[in-house]
Design a protein around this ligand. Structure first.
Ligand SMILES: *Cc1c(COP(=O)(O)O)cnc(C)c1O
Ligand SMILES: [Zn+2]
Length: 412
């Protein structure tokens, strides 16, 4: 049973059939999935959702597949951690971490979008999948297409972190390291996508793929007790996740699963690649492309596809945006680790540091509920913190050496 009516141009509203299309022939606007919300409203209740397995498909009526889900059956439903230690350090009353650093199977929020993209690609009859990636998408497409038995071609910038390269190669894809930045990889992939009958998850399957991000937002609402928190801080690369979290919250309101809400959304980027944040700060409708220069490689998209919509979401919600330096990113990764035990990657450092900054600037009030979106795992970007975290104490294998080198508060 499907609740998808078809695709619709975000700019001119023109309708398209549900096929592997992604751009409007008339105005070149991006296409988006269009649902029959009346029917979904009749079908879907909090109880129905609550009775289902704890993965992202518990919201399946709001996802763009026609048949049964086939991929990502264990993805999603990651913890919403009540961060009391961190709240104390930041001086706020009510703070949560939505922790996709432990998403199954590849430890980032990209497991959500890939689950939907591959389920859809199979419905369309594709036997080969591909993607242009800043790292985490590569990991997830490689892993999930291995499970599904699909052929896979994965394109990355050649200078990616070792953890992301190994975390891709382990699944035996054809991995293509392009000598260029992500924006060049993406441009190349658009040309390649036009030549082969492949499901490029973030190109020709993009309208379907992007819907998977909504589940990050649905889960925040459900885990927060079917209410919307007051403030959500979201990292931006292409600007899709932030747009879809907002879309997801509005959908839950429109189908009656939550009451009216007053959530403000905040965009987080690295100072070395902040085209969306800059547009928001300058109150401009134009996203000026930049050349990325930051350790937050998973967010290093200089020409963000959904940048305009991301800035629009922040403005519409009444939130704002901030960018942070590489130094602030590293400090924030460490702060999150030693307060909450969560080791996030550089993108998480960006979100964490941005949240801290916005609280210090009093742009986020200290007495309202705050959710920080942590989207990736620190074991993948170890380069960023090695040399910043102290060293192990080396001893010889005897007690004398132990007592010589290790300071202990008291002996028993
Ligand atoms: C891809 C990615 C994002 C942002 O994604 P967009 O939807 O392109 O804005 C955030 N965090 C991590 C870790 C990512 O890999
Ligand atoms: Zn159009």
């Amino acid at each position: 049973m499907s609740f998808v009516k078809g695709l619709r141009c975000r700019e001119c509203g023109r309708k398209y059939p549900k096929e592997a299309l992604y751009v409007c022939e008339y105005c070149f606007g991006p296409l988006e999935v269009d649902y029959d919300y009346e029917k979904i409203k009749e079908r879907l209740s909090r109880e129905t959702i609550g009775s289902r397995p704890k993965n992202l498909w518990r919201y399946r009526e709001l996802l763009p597949i026609d048949g049964e889900p086939t991929d990502g059956l264990y993805s999603g439903f990651t913890p919403l951690v009540k961060a009391e230690n961190l709240a104390r350090v930041l001086g706020v009353d009510e703070l949560y971490i939505k922790d996709d650093s432990v998403n199954h199977p590849t430890l980032s929020f990209k497991d959500r979008v890939v689950a939907v993209a591959l389920s859809k690609a199979k419905e369309f009859g594709f036997d080969t999948v591909a993607c242009a990636s800043t790292g985490n998408l590569a990991n997830s497409v490689a892993a999930q297409s291995a499970i599904a038995g699909l052929d896979r071609y994965i394109f990355i910038p050649a200078d990616l972190e070792l953890g992301k390269v190994i975390g891709t190669l382990i699944y035996h894809p054809t991995l293509i390291a392009v000598e260029g930045n992500y924006d060049q990889v993406n441009r190349l992939c658009s040309e390649i996508a036009a030549r082969y009958k492949w499901a490029f998850v973030n190109i020709n399957i993009r309208p379907y793929y992007a819907e998977g991000s909504k589940t990050f937002g649905y889960e925040i609402i459900e885990q927060f007790g079917w209410k919307a928190p007051s403030h959500i801080i979201v990292p931006c690369a292409g600007g899709s996740l932030i747009t879809k979290i907002w879309k997801g919250i509005k959908e839950l309101r429109d189908i009656g699963l939550i009451d009216k809400f007053e959530t403000k959304i905040y965009a987080a980027q690295a100072s070395g690649c902040a085209p969306i944040v800059t547009a928001i700060k300058e109150d401009s409708d134009i996203i000026k492309p930049v050349k990325p220069q930051t350790i937050a490689k998973s967010l290093a998209i200089g020409n963000p596809a959904d940048g305009v919509y991301a800035a629009g979401v922040v403005r519409e919600s009444g939130g704002t945006a901030e960018d942070v330096t590489d130094r602030e990113i590293v400090e924030a990764i460490k702060l999150l680790a030693f307060t909450e035990g969560i080791f996030t990657e550089t993108a998480g450092g960006v979100t964490m540091a941005t949240a801290k900054k916005l609280i210090e600037q009093k742009k986020i009030p200290r007495d309202e509920s705050i959710v920080i979106c942590i989207t990736g795992n620190g074991l993948k970007t170890q380069e960023a913190v090695s040399g910043e975290i102290g060293k192990a104490v080396k001893i010889r294998p005897n007690v004398a050496s132990f007592e010589e080198h290790v300071k202990i508060k008291e002996r028993r």
